[in-house]
Design a protein around this ligand. Structure first.
Ligand code: AAM
Length: 326
């Protein structure tokens, strides 16, 4: 079993009020490199900050790392368009950061990225893969591709109040900038990514398809961003078994998640880490609907054996205090 963290950037995250995956817009590009370091080393090393939301909610990387310290798993980070350096070891698939989706082309080489990621995925020796992401702005690009594919699914947010109307306006503008209307990319998912997606999407989709077609069990660890990846795969004709593993924070806030997974023929695993049992700043913020998911958090939590969740909560406190939170 291996956890893959696919880390990248989209300039879409810089749109005012669209993301809380960083304390400020200037710091947002440091979130994926720092998340990679927290997963790998337990704290940021080269990155200048611990990713927190503007209100101080720690990155889901802290939770994924806490699970790793309790249950132990192999982890590999894929550079899917980092815009700032990281001290974590990364697999280089030659992926550049994505442009603002309101530009005519958000991910010009989406097809080439998918092919390289597919080759990487099919080369992996693991029987089981859990694939997570970190890409601030990723729920907006998820809405972009879902709309371009003509999928009715909605998306979640790192903010407690989802700015969904703002996201819809951004996606409308993005589609017109690419001369598209909703549903136009139904039969061409790579065109959806090229026009209104982010570079993490073809990387995750390619790895997932390559690995699944080579016989691995693939879990897409995340919420609505992974729903978008699953939709891309289904529209590409990939029929492999897929599981989406997410947190109770996403499933409680994203309407129709279960039905969407059913429609996309994906199994859904939801894990509640029981953070409401602790009086700790970080866990309280998750219970208040901040962050919710990311950095493979839901997938990592799904690996926790019964009875070990209290140990995970203890470890969340340890990791957070190492990060100077709580
Ligand atoms: C990843 N790193 C994070 C974080 N995520 N650090 C702090 N808070 C988060 N929520 P949105 O579209 O609202 O930006 O949400 C998607 C991002 O939130 C992704 O990067 C996901 O991994 C998570």
């Amino acid at each position: 079993m291996r956890v893959l963290l696919v880390a990248g950037t989209t300039e879409t995250a810089l749109i005012d009020g669209i993301s809380a995956a960083g304390a400020s817009p200037e710091l947002m590009a440091h979130t994926p490199p720092a998340d990679a370091e927290i997963l790998e080393y337990g704290r940021p090393t080269a990155a200048p900050v611990t990713p927190v939301s503007p209100s101080g909610c720690p990155t889901p990387a802290a939770i994924t790392r806490a699970v790793r310290e309790v249950v132990g798993f192999d982890a590999t980070v894929i550079d899917a368009g980092l815009a700032e350096p990281t001290g974590a070891a990364t697999v280089d698939l030659g992926v550049d950061p994505g442009a603002d989706i309101r530009e005519p082309s958000a991910v010009p080489d989406a097809a080439a990225i998918y092919d390289r990621a597919h080759g990487f995925g099919s080369s992996l020796p693991d029987d089981e893969l859990v694939i997570g992401e970190t890409v601030p702005g990723g729920t907006t690009t998820a809405l972009g591709v879902l709309t371009a594919l003509g999928e009715p699914a909605t998306v979640s947010s790192s903010l407690p109040e989802n700015p969904i109307d703002r996201k819809r306006r951004v996606v409308d503008e993005a589609l017109s900038a690419s001369d598209l209307t909703p549903g136009d990319c139904e039969g061409d998912p790579l065109a959806a990514i090229r026009a209104v997606g982010d570079p993490v999407q073809p990387t995750v989709a390619g790895i997932a398809a390559g690995a699944a077609e080579s016989g691995a069990d693939v879990t897409l660890a995340g919420g609505t961003q992974m729903v978008a990846v699953a939709a891309l795969l289904r529209h590409a004709g990939v029929g492999a078994t897929l599981t989406i593993a997410t947190t109770s924070f996403v499933s409680e806030s994203a309407d129709g998640l279960e039905e969407t997974c059913k429609r996309l023929d994906c199994d859904l695993t939801v894990t509640d880490p029981g953070f409401d049992r602790r009086e700790h700043t970080a866990m309280e913020r998750y219970c208040a609907g901040e962050a919710k998911e990311g950095v493979a958090m839901g997938g990592a939590l799904s690996l926790v054996p019964e009875g070990r969740m209290p140990a995970v909560r203890d470890q969340v406190e340890t990791v957070c205090s190492r990060l100077g939170i709580g």
